[in-house]
Design a binder for this molecule. Structure first.
Ligand code: DUC
Ligand code: ZN
Ligand code: ZN
Length: 488
């Protein structure tokens, strides 16, 4: 019998820490050898001149998810995962959203059923908690953790999703007790609503006013408050989709102070800008997302923070709504900015954009690229080392990249269920050409080989705070004799 099912020969392997020449031997879906000149396989892939990287882990995507206003994303778990695979990803962690009145059990049953029959990639979910009743805090969330869902998101804005500061403290403490990671959409609801009203009252309804109504100050206030709440109960907190310099500075300050605060930014804040909202006719609606696009200076500020290590994650925030009556135009051909679904697609382009603008332009190293697109997510979300690296014993989740391949982005060339891409016409060098999931070739030379529903649920471990110690005990400790175990 052959020693390996598959050998990837002649490539350059890169992990979050090292770059080296090695063949990769795969057996039973796992990496079993890394060495020069491996032989004895049923099948070989010639990776000469190519990069052999851990498959990407897309940890922020909205797939087959209803928003609070009822809008359904255009991608289901099939098209969303296929698009992710063509972008070099091998795992996805979309959101399972609780809307008020729903039990956590029902939410998870629904999302498990949506994903299991369709996803071509391995998957998990972050739970969105919008209704933290006693039942949810004491039964629903603990059961979700036991079921391998060890992270969830809360919103500090949107009337139908927002949690109060008290509710957020309840969730943070519950998460801390179980070893879960809380994620937060941090924007100040009152500041946004106040400005929205003033704008609409004065007739400012076009897409650019979406950005005006969601100022960086609203993000900074909420990030600052989120950090204060999490620090108060000594719980870890991940600030998702940081879009402003003020927000990034707050994350950096908290990290410098040794707090268990983590940050994420997204391609749209590095590669697009608020001027895109001012495109001809209704085109600007394609660029409405929250937090909104900022300006060129902010792009530079966020790059600086990415280079400096402020952020752990770089995620697409894929939130696909088509440019038709099922999506962006569901309230007519020219809706005011308040009546358009928030979000844009990007799951397929996340990693290629960072490769081109980051690695090729010398802004980040190849190893940082691997960390941002894969390893850090695996670590933060309890999937490492099965996922997120190339090591003996890890799952053979691998993306083989051609660093010299240049392609121009078109909506037609994407594999999602969208009718536009906000990156139309951008030319990028460096693309994944072959993608393996647990040793199985699922994408090769622009062709899909994956069966619908082949993806497996990843039962994630708790968030591991080792190495992220907090320097001071929480101020509230003395008052917590009644429940000290919550903060032990
Ligand atoms: N938050 C997200 O994370 N994505 C889309 C819209 C939003 O508010
Ligand atoms: Zn959000
Ligand atoms: Zn999102």
């Amino acid at each position: 019998m052959d020693a390996f099912d598959l050998i990837i020969q002649g490539g350059t392997v890169a992990t979050a820490s090292d770059t080296f020449r090695a063949d990769v031997g795969i057996r039973n879906g796992k990496i079993t050898a890394l060495a020069d000149n491996l032989s004895g396989a049923t099948r070989t892939i010639d990776a000469t001149g190519k990069l052999v990287l851990p498959g990407g882990i897309e940890s922020h995507a909205h797939i087959e998810q209803e928003s609070a206003t009822g809008a359904m994303t255009s991608d289901d778990y099939y098209t969303g995962s296929v698009s992710a695979a063509f972008g070099g990803n091998t795992s996805i962690i979309p959101f399972a959203a609780q809307h008020r009145g729903q039990s956590i059990d029902d939410v998870l049953d629904l999302y498990h059923s949506r994903a299991s029959s369709k996803s071509v990639l391995d998957y998990s979910f972050h739970l969105i908690v919008s209704d933290p009743t006693q039942e949810v805090l004491t039964k629903g969330l603990p059961k979700a953790f036991e079921g391998g869902i060890t992270s969830f998101k809360v919103f500090m804005t949107y009337d139908k999703m927002i949690v109060s500061d008290e509710q957020m403290l309840d969730i943070l403490v519950t998460a801390r007790e179980h070893g879960a990671l809380t994620m937060v959409h941090a924007e100040n609801n009152a500041m946004i609503k106040w400005m929205v009203k003033r704008l609409i009252d004065r007739g400012y309804t076009k897409p650019p006013y979406h950005a005006v109504s969601h100022p960086a100050a609203a993000e900074a206030e909420a990030i600052s408050r989120g950090i204060a709440l999490a620090s108060y109960v000594d719980a870890p907190l991940l600030i998702v989709h940081v879009s402003s310099e003020a927000g990034a500075n707050l994350v950096a300050d908290a990290r410098r102070a040794g707090k268990k605060i983590f940050g994420e930014t997204c391609p749209q804040y590095l590669f697009l800008e608020a001027d895109d909202l001012d495109r001809e006719g209704a085109e600007g609606l394609k660029y409405v997302c929250s937090p909104p696009l900022r300006n060129k200076q902010t792009q530079e500020d966020l790059w600086r923070h990415l280079q400096a290590g402020t952020f752990h994650l770089y995620s697409s925030d894929h939130a696909p709504y088509r440019f038709d009556e099922t999506g962006k135009l569901s309230n007519g051909p020219n809706p005011p900015f308040t009546q358009v679904a928030n979000g844009m697609p990007g799951i397929e382009l996340r990693a290629p954009l960072l490769f081109h603008h980051g690695v090729n332009k010398g802004r980040i190293t190849l190893n940082q690229f691997v960390a941002y697109t894969s390893t850090n997510a695996a670590r933060l979300f309890g999937m490492h080392p099965e996922k997120g690296t190339i090591a003996i014993g890890s799952d053979a989740d691998i993306a083989i990249w051609d660093p010299a391949l240049t392609r121009t982005i078109t909506a037609d060339g994407m594999h999602d269920n969208m009718d536009y891409t906000p990156f139309e016409g951008h030319s990028l060098t460096g693309w994944p050409v072959t993608v393996l999931s647990r040793g199985e070739i699922i994408v090769d030379q622009n062709k899909l080989y994956a069966e619908r529903g082949r993806g497996q649920f990843v039962h994630r471990r708790p968030f591991d705070p080792v190495g992220y110690s907090s320097p001071t005990p929480p101020e509230m400790n003395p008052a917590l004799n009644f429940g000290a175990r919550l903060l032990d």
